[in-house]
Design a protein around this ligand. Structure first.
Ligand SMILES: Cc1cc2nc3c(=O)[nH]c(=O)nc-3n(C[C@H](O)[C@H](O)[C@H](O)COP(=O)(O)O)c2cc1C
Length: 364
């Protein structure tokens, strides 16, 4: 807590929003969802009107398997965005995460930028957020309970962001002791813990360790969407930190593409999985469910539409819903359970990702 003052965090959060709105994405690699091909069914025997996209995740009912991923709060600029996001979460019965709540712990003025979410979404599934680096650095369970109470959260998301911490000008790349803290929290808290990345993906080995330490769900947050390495690299340019600038450029596309992370973690653990990192439409959503995800989380597109208007945001979610239902119709799936059982073909380079990493596991 010493390195990052209240004011510094507030400024960083504002810069994060501004840069994310500039659409800073992975450059030379994608999510690899283009390598996933669901099988077309020319004889669906379904009426589009009967298709049911409702589902359950961590004991909560959802109308569509969509989460608004952890994003913002901790700057006055987040108030309007979080208000709109929370209103659509409530309207469509989807879930929503807030951004890292560290700033809310330090200042009651900034806590209001998070509290606004529960005010506008009294019934929706809302999840808290804190960084793994803060846990490793000694953030106490009592403080975590405060941030959960701040929004009456249904779950806690812990983000693992080692690369972001490396490139970030004020970054704290120290994750020593993190797994033990996650384990302790899983015993102390009454709500489920979701562990997430922020755009570099989760490997099957890491997924297994997290499962053994009582985590309730994983959000793979893979490579192919928003590049936090890229965003922090831009901030490092402003701060004139040449080593961080070079590191950001070198590792801009570092990580595990989302489709690979999803398939690999699905093989290694039994936990419910959230597919995220570069989710941009309802086809990504349908493919994610076919590959075994329970939910799909969107970050950048949600903040982009929320910053335009409420109508733009509702239109985006309606489009996602219509696109999901349409793909379900085309593969002959009446509900989410049937969609999960549908066959698919995967092509290169996704096939290599799956086989080569699986091979290494088998040797161990
Ligand atoms: C403006 C913005 C702020 C974010 N802040 C956080 C955060 O505080 N905590 C977190 O876990 N992830 C944060 N993320 C990462 C997202 O949750 C997500 O993992 C990542 O952006 C990849 O998804 P996307 O490609 O859909 O943007 C943020 C993303 C955006 C766009």
């Amino acid at each position: 807590m010493t390195i990052n003052s209240n004011k510094q965090i507030e400024t960083r959060k504002k810069e994060g929003i501004d840069l994310a709105l500039q659409n800073i994405q992975a450059k030379n690699i994608s999510t690899l969802f283009e390598c996933v091909h669901p099988i077309h069914n020319a004889l669906p025997e379904l009426n589009l009107l009967d298709i049911d996209t409702s589902t359950k995740f961590l004991g909560h009912d959802f109308q569509i398997p969509i989460l608004i991923d952890s994003m913002t709060g901790g700057t006055p600029a987040a108030l309007k965005i979080n208000t709109r996001l929370a209103q659509v979460a409530e309207q469509f019965n989807i879930g929503m995460g807030v951004g890292s709540q560290r700033a809310g712990l330090l200042s009651s003025r900034l806590a209001s930028t998070f509290k606004i979410v529960r005010k506008n979404a009294p019934n929706a599934f809302i999840f808290s957020n804190i960084g793994g680096a803060q846990l490793a650095e000694g953030l106490k369970t009592s403080s975590i309970m405060k941030l959960i109470d701040m929004i009456d959260a249904d779950a806690l998301a812990i983000h693992l962001n080692p690369l972001q911490e490396l490139v970030q000008p004020e970054g704290e790349p120290n994750f020593r002791g993190i797994l033990k803290r996650i384990h302790e929290l899983s015993k102390d808290l009454k709500i489920p813990i979701i562990v997430k990345e922020v755009g570099c993906g989760i490997s099957p080995q890491v997924a297994l360790k997290l499962q053994k330490n009582n985590v309730s769900a994983l959000n793979v947050a893979g490579l192919g969407g928003t590049s936090w390495t890229g965003i922090e690299q831009k901030r490092a340019i402003k701060a004139n930190l040449s080593s961080k600038i070079n590191m950001g450029l070198l590792l801009w596309d570092w990580g595990i593409p989302t489709a690979a992370s999803l398939l690999l973690t699905k093989k290694s653990v039994k936990l419910p999985l959230v597919s995220s990192g570069g989710m941009r439409n309802g086809l990504d959503l349908a493919k994610s469910i076919i590959l075994g995800a329970s939910m799909c989380a969107y970050a950048q597109p949600m903040i982009k539409h929320a910053s335009k208007s409420y109508t733009s945001l509702t239109q985006f979610i309606e489009d996602l819903h219509f696109q999901l239902k349409s793909i379900m119709f085309l593969v002959g799936a009446q509900d989410i359970k049937q969609l999960k059982s549908k066959e698919y073909v995967i092509t290169e380079p996704l096939t290599s990702w799956i086989h080569q990493i699986s091979g290494k596991n088998e040797k161990k």
